[in-house]
Design a protein around this ligand. Structure first.
Ligand code: GLV
Ligand code: MN
Ligand code: MN
Length: 415
């Protein structure tokens, strides 16, 4: 297989798909044995591309290529290596492996850049294990929060204990931060996770920005009781209250042009012949602007309180995550556009990302831009995630040309 080719990138996606906690699908969560194995494997590929591979103090897998001088700035490239449960093989993974291949190609051609490069395989974009997303990229951006040490996974293990079990020192998490360093920007390639490129018959697109998101853990509490004996008029059925919220989420978000999803719901005690006394459920809410997202949340909260009052239930809210809507930096996006043009598309399509990305966290550190790659039917967070090999080849050309365009712009600015 040709080194640093699209075929090699796709074969490596297949290798990582085999590093999974589940035998019937792909699942690779933060600070797990699978995370360690994926980092080790990707570290080998980084070394082969000429990068110095290392794992940082938050568990991100990083590879560094020194710049022309000791004080040269760095350009960051990357995406994430963790997955949701039942994942596909390209979300995050493809972008990380494309970045490594781009470095390998540039090195093989002897290209000298005016900056150093750092490829980062972020360790926790999805938030699958601890509920709070973007932990890896927040550590790099220097925005790690002390309160996160106490977050617990489904087994009650805290982030702090998981760090220690993984061999990381919680006291050193600040060492992962790039704050204070001279950074040119951050570039991320990612599958679109939506159908717009396919519908427009485009392989690649320029991202304009990323929707802001909030995530909540919600709870309705009523009273468990006998499914036969308890008359309707006396029931305090928490699942009926939660169900009203679930349908209100769709109606209110949809009407407002936002996106709301209840992806998890557990009814307790969870028996066929017991009225549900308590329901825990999640809410993922996204919109193009933070103001719109926050307005829709207030409407959902109002609807939930109304449903709770009418059924004599208590409604509780715990917010797990909030990320502001961000916009790409125009000069870096222009480089992505030039990169796509160099790959053969004369008028690249621009689109907003509805999915979250590490770039949202890195936006607190430096400018960013993103390149989207078409995925089949927009399917993602699903085992059937699929990309075309010819699109991946174009993405590799475009990503490499983007780095060269950033280098040209940097040279022009510093001449
Ligand atoms: C990340 O994949 C997200 O939830 O948008
Ligand atoms: Mn994802
Ligand atoms: Mn992703």
């Amino acid at each position: 297989m040709t080194p640093f080719s699209a075929d090699e990138v796709l074969a490596r996606c297949d290798v990582l798909a085999g590093i999974s906690a589940a035998t019937d699908g792909i699942e690779r969560a933060y600070l797990t044995p699978e995370h360690a194995r994926a980092n080790w494997t990707v570290g080998e590929w980084m070394d082969a591309a000429g990068l110095d591979a290392w794992q940082d103090a938050a568990g991100n897998q990083r590879g560094t290529l020194a710049g022309p001088t000791a004080d040269a700035p760095i350009l960051l490239l990357g995406s994430h290596l963790d997955t949701v449960p039942g994942a596909g093989r390209y979300d995050g993974i493809l972008g990380t492996l494309l970045a490594i291949a781009v470095v390998g190609r540039l090195r093989a051609r002897g290209v000298e850049l005016p900056f150093g490069l750092e490829v980062i395989g972020f360790a926790d974009e999805e938030g699958t294990r601890f509920g709070r997303t973007l932990l890896g990229s927040c550590a790099v951006a220097g925005t790690w929060q002390e309160s996160w040490w106490g977050l617990r996974d489904a087994h009650g293990t805290t982030v702090r204990d998981a760090f220690i079990a993984f061999g990381l020192d919680p006291a050193r998490v600040g060492d992962a931060s790039l704050r204070g360093q001279s950074i040119v920007g951050y570039l991320e390639a990612h599958i679109e996770q939506g159908p717009l490129l396919q519908d427009a018959d485009r392989a690649l697109g320029v991202v304009e920005g990323i929707m802001g998101a909030r995530r909540f853990e919600l709870q309705m509490t009523g009273e468990a009781g006998h499914a036969g004996g308890m008359p309707y008029g006396r029931r305090r059925d928490a699942l009926l209250g939660a169900s009203e919220v679930v349908t209100a989420v769709e109606a209110l978000a949809r009407d407002a042009g936002a996106i709301g999803t209840v992806g998890r719901l557990h009814a307790y005690p969870g028996a066929m012949n017991v009225i549900p006394g308590r329901v825990e459920f999640s809410l993922d809410l996204r919109a193009e602007t933070d103001a719109l997202r926050d307005r829709v949340w207030r409407e959902i909260e109002e609807a939930a309180l109304k449903a709770a009052a009418s059924r004599n239930l208590a409604f509780d809210v715990h917010e797990l995550h909030a990320a502001r809507a961000t916009h790409v930096a125009a000069p870096l996006a222009a480089a992505v556009e030039a990169g796509i043009r160099a790959s053969g598309d004369a008028a690249p399509m621009r689109l907003l990302s509805k999915a979250g990305h590490d770039a949202m966290a890195i936006a607190d550190l430096c400018d960013y831009a993103m390149l989207f790659i078409r995925c089949k039917d927009g399917v993602s967070h699903h085992r059937d995630e699929s990309v075309r090999a010819d699109d991946v080849a174009l993405a590799l050309d475009a990503f490499e040309a983007t780095v060269l365009a950033v280098a040209d712009a940097h040279d022009r600015a510093h001449d």
